[in-house]
Design a binder for this molecule. Structure first.
Ligand code: PLP
Length: 412
């Protein structure tokens, strides 16, 4: 997004025009930024055989999935429904890695039928899967490396109480399960969920993963998950992908030499690929001065955009209708009957009722976490591709709210 002739534009398209055309509130995504992020990641690891799986729970519009498919990405799916959407979007089954947590063996077997790669994260399912499929269906295994990143809770990776992955301390038993059932393990995986700001710390987790990998002779792929940090505030730090690429590529090359095979190095970023490509636009319904606070109340709320309330996430807010006005202090809130505050005490260019505000960095975990709470319609989504805007999801209407309700006409 840039300011051109006192208008915020994305890839040449003015945001104010989009609101006039598609109404408010509105999610807008730009493919140019997605492509830039994807290429940066791939290029940072170009000395390895690298494969990027787009973690589509971040933003699961089929057009976005399809765009990454065209770029050459695979897909990381955490539910059978994401697998089905991925197939619909055009991914080859072999390019989809299904990485569920605590799902039933029935659901996993549905994924087997679809032909996608299966990643297993607990011994109980591994065992049942082995009994049923032996070496007919190869698996990946998700490990939990138990590393504490610098002792800081929020960036601690795969901690001991985490529900994810199979503990590295359980590998002897995993080996027994595999041998007994004659299973074929083709991938080892970890996803720590941490913000990888500190490359060194992340390398510690990788060392453990690589060490574990020595015990699995049939590997084709090492998947180190994701957790790349993006900048939410102006001047925020973000993961230095090039530096990370440099450290990891060297190390991975050495590992492959020792292992005796040129393995694939896989990643599954969600946030890194789509967060900064997304913008959420909403209109100001009311400017309300109370005794202590100046509120700007929007035509949206936590039903459409929950990260600020759910994760205390910070998202930059700008006034699209008055980009260069006097800066004043506002607390920006939603219209839901709860305290749904998007941002406290923000300096924003002077707001009038009817103005359009934009939240930055709203491509990941924003629309995909939206709901119909307060019986509101979910917003429309628009994609900007090659300087043109396309509607990629219609705004909901009353039928969407009533469609699945069974009205008890003869009873009530
Ligand atoms: C959510 C998830 C990701 C993506 O995480 P980001 O922080 O958005 O990059 C990758 N892999 C798995 C298994 C996930 O559950």
């Amino acid at each position: 997004m840039e300011l051109l002739n006192n208008q915020y534009v994305i890839d040449g398209v003015p945001l104010q025009d989009l609101i006039e055309k598609y109404d408010s509130p509105l999610y807008v995504y730009e493919t140019a930024k997605m492509e830039k992020q994807y290429k940066q990641l791939v290029n940072s690891f170009k000395s390895s055989r690298v494969k990027v799986y787009y973690a589509c729970k971040a933003l699961s519009n089929i057009n976005v999935m399809r765009f990454f498919c065209k770029l050459g990405a695979g897909l990381d799916a955490v539910s059978i429904q994401e697998v089905m959407l991925g197939l619909e979007a055009g991914y080859e089954p072999a390019d989809i890695i299904y990485t569920p947590n605590c799902v039933s063996l029935e659901e996993i077997n549905l994924a087997v039928k679809k032909g996608v790669r299966i990643n297993i994260d607990n011994i109980s399912i591994l065992e049942q899967f082995g009994h049923e499929h032996g070496n007919n269906v190869p698996v990946w295994i998700r490990i939990n490396p138990h590393i504490m990143a610098g002792g800081h809770q929020k960036i601690s990776t795969g901690h001991i109480d985490s529900k994810f992955g199979i503990s590295i301390y359980q590998m002897p038993h995993v080996q027994r399960v595999i041998e007994t059932n004659n299973m074929l393990v083709e991938g080892l995986h970890m996803h720590t969920g941490s913000d990888i700001l500190d490359v060194e710390v992340f390398m510690q987790g990788i060392e453990i993963l690589l060490d574990t990998a020595k015990g699995f002779p049939d590997l084709e792929c090492i998947d180190i998950g994701s957790g790349f940090k993006v900048a939410y505030r102006e001047g925020d730090n973000y993961t230095d992908i090039e530096a990370f690429g440099h450290s990891l590529s060297e190390r991975f090359k050495d590992f492959c030499t020792d292992y005796g095979k040129d393995l694939i190095l896989a990643f599954e970023p969600g946030k890194f690929l789509v967060s900064e490509a997304g913008y959420f636009l909403a209109k100001v319904n009311v400017v309300k001065q109370t005794t202590s606070t100046m509120f700007a109340g929007l035509d949206t709320g936590m039903n459409h955009f929950i990260r600020p309330m759910f994760y205390d996430a910070y998202h930059q807010i700008l006034n699209v209708s008055n980009p260069s006005g006097k800066l004043r202090i506002y607390t920006v809130v939603g219209y839901i009957c709860e305290t749904d505050t998007f941002g406290w005490n923000r300096k924003i260019s002077e707001i009038s009722e009817g103005d359009v505000l934009v939240f930055k960095n709203t491509g990941a975990y924003c629309f995909s976490m939206s709901s119909n709470y307060n019986s509101r319609y979910r917003p429309a989504e628009v994609l900007i591709h090659n300087k043109k805007d396309y509607l990629i999801r219609k705004r909901e209407n009353i039928e969407d709210l009533t469609r699945n309700q069974v009205i008890l006409d003869n009873v009530l």
